[in-house]
Ligand binder design. Structure first.
Ligand code: HEM
Length: 545
């Protein structure tokens, strides 16, 4: 028995050592970006990825590096393999748009995201992505989205009522409310109903299957990943795809939970999918089913069968949309309220704009044109999206040898200026959306300051990037956020509805000064050094007279 155990232990140690050696060999097969300047990482195994994921506040390190090395520089990733980090506008445009699908997401991303979102839009590439995107586009058209405005406004009104019911001190001095306990409930209700007419009823405090699975999903995911978790990701990154795909048959505990969510969302969506399929066949111009799933089913049936989505692809979009469209909008609305609370003059100006709109429209809810015609409301939303992008970085990999052009040349290690970066097949490229949003070359010397007016007084743009307002917050090009219009309209409705009824102030305890954006996959507001307490944004809220 002891001999057997010793053999097993020896085999395990052997596999571990062989794997680490394999990782370093893999690294030497990859490109070299040694001609570029960049920071040296303390970790041979995890490179700068470890430093980026473990920094106290999101984007601090990358912003410091961009100031030091320019808009493109070298850093290291797993096994000290070279990685390019870019925030240069032309480079971003080239990678996200001009190059087509030549910079796909890396294998380690697909492998984990596949457990969560199946064969949905986020996890497919090339021709399949193009086909899915075409089928989904009609569900995100402006015409369709206008129909969701009533839902956004109804959910915001419900939150206003909940706050009035739950906190009685609004009229006497106000109540301190952690808004991050509430905003995700609005956005979850909204995404469930708009995506597939599913009532999460989070604002009503109801429990249901999907809501319960969703709540527990990230239970033992840590904010700052442990080294062994990173080692596992590095493992996925370096393995040949045939081996990595084989290993998908042995999911971890967390991946099993992700699969549970994916399957629950498919189960929930199935009856709506079947109903929409029958209705769509029965009548050509059926008005039934305004939700994204029903629209997708109809648009899919109009496609050439060779280009249409199979049932599993259609159902996978539901988990994709819930995940992509829920926390993103909730955290962004929390950051907008944060910006307005920290800048009371801007809050007063916006409140005045809302009052003027109310005088103009009387008792009815503002329509999309009303909301779009409010310059300061939109400037505030854009400024919060600029300063607090939910995804600071996204990662891609060069599918073939390539040359990335730069708008702002950088100095190489010999001090010569270069305006193109040759990359070899397999090079990992980090697109720093957050750093682009703060480039002084694009936004001016006050790029690090909160100034919504910049979007009103902006001089003629020297760059035009991203799907919205020259920002990279929703990314750009063929994989830019399909839900950006949805998100902007939802944010307009939430901020209009809340600001009309309440005034937001810093709590007397000073705890708002402790809030920072912690790197948790997205920029989630938390208290300094107290991330175990979860997301937080405590605001003193008073009813407006
Ligand atoms: C403030 C809110 C939001 C932000 C900041 C945001 C940001 C982003 C970003 C940066 C990407 C690109 C990710 C990558 O390529 O790696 C993306 C993709 C995506 N987003 Fe959003 N998003 C938001 C809201 C939404 C909403 C409301 C929906 C749906 C209703 C949505 C659905 C999607 C989908 C399906 C993709 C994948 C697109 C593709 O690969 O073609 N997002 N989003």
């Amino acid at each position: 028995m002891i001999v057997l155990l010793a053999k097993v232990a020896f085999a395990l140690v052997f596999i571990a050592v062989a794997y680490v050696l394999y990782g370093f060999v893999h690294r030497y097969r990859q490109s070299s970006l040694k001609f570029l300047k960049g920071p040296t990482s303390k970790s041979l195994l995890f490179g700068a990825d470890y430093d980026i994921m473990h920094q106290k506040e999101i984007g601090l390190l990358e912003n410091k590096w961009f100031k030091e090395y320019g808009t493109a520089f070298r850093a290291t990733t797993y096994y000290s393999e070279d990685m390019l980090i870019v925030a240069d506008p032309q480079a971003l445009q080239y990678i996200c748009h001009t190059s087509g699908y030549r910079f796909p997401k890396p294998q380690d991303f697909y492998q984990v995201a596949g457990f969560l979102m199946g064969r949905g839009l986020v996890t497919v590439e090339g021709e399949v992505h193009n086909r899915q995107r075409r089928a989904l586009n009609p569900a995100f058209s402006l015409k369709q989205l206008r129909q969701f405005l009533e839902l956004f406004q109804r959910s915001t009104a419900k939150l206003v009522t909940n706050w009035h019911d739950e906190f009685s001190d609004f009229s006497n001095g106000g109540s301190v409310i952690n808004v991050t306990d509430w905003l995700p409930k609005i956005t979850l209700d909204v995404i469930g109903e708009s995506a597939f007419n599913y009532k999460f009823e989070a604002l009503d405090g109801h429990e249901n299957e999907l809501g319960n699975v969703f709540r527990d999903m990230f239970l033992d995911s840590r904010i700052y990943p442990r080294k062994r978790q990173l080692l596992y990701r590095a493992f996925r990154h370096t393995l040949p795809s045939s081996v990595a795909n084989f290993l998908l048959q042995f999911p971890t505990k967390e991946e099993k939970r992700f699969l549970g969510f994916l399957n629950a969302s498919k189960r929930t969506a199935k009856p709506i999918f079947e109903k929409a399929s029958i209705e769509s066949k029965a009548t050509e111009d059926s008005n039934e089913g305004k939700d994204i799933l029903s629209i997708l089913v109809r648009s899919n049936q109009e496609l050439d069968p060779k280009k249409s989505l199979d049932n599993d692809e259609v159902l996978s979009q539901m988990a994709t949309i819930i995940l992509a469209g829920h926390e993103t909008t909730a955290s962004t609305s929390a950051w907008i309220l944060y910006g307005l609370t920290k800048h009371p003059k801007d809050q007063a100006k916006l409140s005045q704009e809302i009052r003027e709109m109310r005088e103009r429209i009387g008792d009815r809810d503002p329509n999309p044109q009303d909301l779009d015609s409010m310059p300061f409301l939109n400037a505030v939303i854009k400024e919060a999206l600029r300063m607090y992008p939910i995804l600071q970085n996204i990662t891609r990999e060069a599918q073939s040898d390539d040359v990335i052009p730069l708008e702002f040349p950088v100095a190489n290690v010999s001090g010569d200026e270069i305006s193109q970066i040759p990359v070899r097949k397999g090079t990992r490229v980090t697109l720093s959306l957050g750093c682009y949003n703060r480039l002084p070359q694009v936004w001016g010397d006050d790029a690090d300051e909160w100034k919504p007016e910049r979007f009103i007084n902006m001089p003629k743009k020297n760059t035009n990037l991203g799907v919205y307002a020259n920002l990279m917050t929703f990314s750009a090009g063929i994989r830019g956020c399909i839900g950006w219009r949805f998100a902007v309209m939802e944010l307009q409705a939430i901020i209009f509805g809340l600001l009309e009824k309440f005034e937001f102030c810093p709590p007397a305890s000073g705890e708002l000064d402790e809030i920072q954006a912690v790197p948790v996959g997205g920029a989630v507001p938390m208290k300094k050094g107290k991330w175990e307490e979860g997301r937080q944004m405590p605001l003193l809220i008073r009813a407006r007279k």
